[in-house]
Design a binder for this molecule. Structure first.
Ligand SMILES: [Zn+2]
Length: 88
């Protein structure tokens, strides 16, 4: 997919064989809503449509997403995803 200008208008050029569902990786995991950052996340997204941590800890083990463990997992992800730089 390429964007270019034609007569001062932005035009999107998409190849015939372009499949957005398969070739575009979203910014965020649809399960935990955290960003997809690593190449492992991309591989996991292509396999199971989620980040590598969700795949490893939840999808591969077929755990219940409605359990308290899922909420604890999200809180842990949030705690470990905080920026390391603190401005005072
Ligand atoms: Zn995730």
């Amino acid at each position: 997919m390429v964007y270019t200008f034609v007569n001062k208008s932005l035009v999107k050029i998409t190849p015939d064989n372009f499949n957005q569902e398969e070739q575009v990786i979203p910014l965020f995991c649809y399960l935990c809503k955290f960003s997809l950052k690593t190449k492992e996340d991309v591989s996991s997204y292509r396999r199971n449509k989620c980040c590598s941590l969700c795949e490893l800890k939840w999808v591969a083990q077929k755990k219940d997403f409605n359990s308290i463990l899922w909420k604890e997992y999200l809180l842990l992800r949030e705690a470990t995803n905080k920026p390391t730089i603190v401005f005072n």
